[in-house]
Design a protein around this ligand. Structure first.
Ligand code: ZN
Ligand code: ZN
Length: 281
C-alpha cells in the first residue's frame, strides 16, 4: 500500500552516500536526512562518478523521497569575521552543488551566529549570504530550509520574528522555507506539550512566518526544559516535551503531511521503533 506519510531519520552516509538510503529502508523510512560530506570539515572531496551511480541506483531501489541534506556545522552565514564568512560561503556553495547533483529536495542550514556582533547585523549578513546563492539556486528544485534553533549562545533563529526577518528579504530571491525542530523551539520557549499549547505555537508560527513556509520537521524530544535554551535531544517520550506533541503532529491536518526527520539518540534500531510508533498515531 502506498503510504504518503513522509517519516524518516538522519541516517549514516558512512562508506558512501547511498548507504544513508539503504539504512533508511532498513528502518522503514520514506524520507531521510543525511550529511553529504563530513559535517566538521570545510572542504569535501568531490563526489565520484561511482558514488553518484550507487546513489541513483539506491534512490530507485528504495523509493525514498523528499531527501534533505544537513549542511556542515562549520557554516555561519552571518559570521562577523570576513575570512570565516568567505569560508562559510564557499562551503555552502559546494554543498548546494552536491545537493543538486544528488537531486535532493531540501538543504537544511542553521541560520547563523552573531558571535560578538549584534543580532541585527548578523541577520543582515545572513540575508546577504543567502541572496548571493540566487544564481546557483535558479536551476533545479532544491530549497534551502532555515532550521529553528534553541537560542544557545548567540545563535539566530530561536524566535519566529528573526526567521521572518530573513524570509522577508532572502525569501524573495531564493527558494527558502523553515525546518522546525521540536526540541529547539521548545527549548527556545514555544510550548508543545498539550493540544492547547501546540495550537497556540502553530498559530503563532502561522501569524508571524506563515504555514506555507513550514516545509519540514526535525522530530526530537528535549532533555532541557521549556525556555532552557539547551539543545539536547531525547528519544520521543523520554524528554520534557512528551509523546502528546508527536501524536498531535501526526494527526493535525496542518502538520500531518509535512516531511519529518528524527534526530533522536539511539540509532537505527530505535528509529525503526519510533517510525512505527509515529505511524501508529
Ligand atoms: Zn541542525
Ligand atoms: Zn538540536
Amino acid at each position: 500500500m502506498y503510504d504518503p506519510l513522509l517519516i524518516g531519520a538522519h541516517t549514516s552516509a558512512a562508506g558512501g552516500v547511498h548507504n544513508a538510503l539503504l539504512e533508511g529502508r532498513e528502518i522503514g523510512a520514506t524520507t531521510i536526512q543525511l550529511f553529504t560530506a563530513n559535517q566538521r570539515q570545510w572542504h569535501a572531496k568531490p563526489l565520484s562518478d561511482e558514488a553518484l551511480v550507487s546513489w541513483l541506483k539506491a534512490l530507485e531501489l528504495t523509493g525514498i523521497q523528499e531527501i534533505m541534506s544537513h549542511a556542515s556545522y562549520l557554516i555561519n552565514l552571518g559570521c562577523p569575521d570576513p575570512g570565516n564568512l568567505e569560508k562559510s560561503l564557499n562551503t555552502f556553495k559546494d554543498e548546494i552543488k552536491r545537493c543538486q547533483t544528488l537531486k535532493l529536495r531540501f538543504l537544511n542550514v542553521h541560520p547563523g551566529a552573531a558571535l560578538k556582533d549584534s543580532p541585527g547585523d548578523c541577520i543582515a549578513r545572513i540575508n546577504h549570504s543567502l541572496m548571493s546563492m540566487a544564481p546557483l539556486l535558479d536551476k533545479g528544485n532544491l530549497m534551502v530550509l532555515l532550521e529553528t534553533t534553541a537560542g544557545q549562545g548567540s545563535s539566530i533563529g530561536s524566535s519566529f520574528e528573526e526567521l521572518r526577518e530573513i524570509l522577508n528579504k532572502a525569501g524573495e530571491l531564493i527558494p527558502l522555507g523553515i525546518c522546525l525542530d521540536t526540541c529547539h523551539i521548545f527549548a527556545a520557549g514555544y510550548d508543545l506539550r498539550d493540544k492547547c499549547s501546540f495550537d497556540k505555537t502553530i498559530e503563532e508560527f502561522d501569524r508571524i512566518i506563515g504555514l506555507k513556509y513550514l516545509k519540514a520537521f526535525h522530530l526530537n524530544d528535549s532533555k532541557g526544559d521549556l525556555n532552557s535554551h539547551i539543545d539536547r535531544h531525547a528519544s520521543l517520550g523520554e524528554g520534557k516535551v512528551g509523546l502528546e506533541c508527536f501524536k498531535l503532529l501526526m494527526n493535525d491536518p496542518r502538520t500531518r503531511h509535512i516531511p519529518k526527520y528524527l534526530e533522536t539518540p539511539g540509532g537505527p534500531l530505535l528509529w525503526k521503533k519510533e517510525i512505527s510508533l509515529l505511524r501508529s498515531f
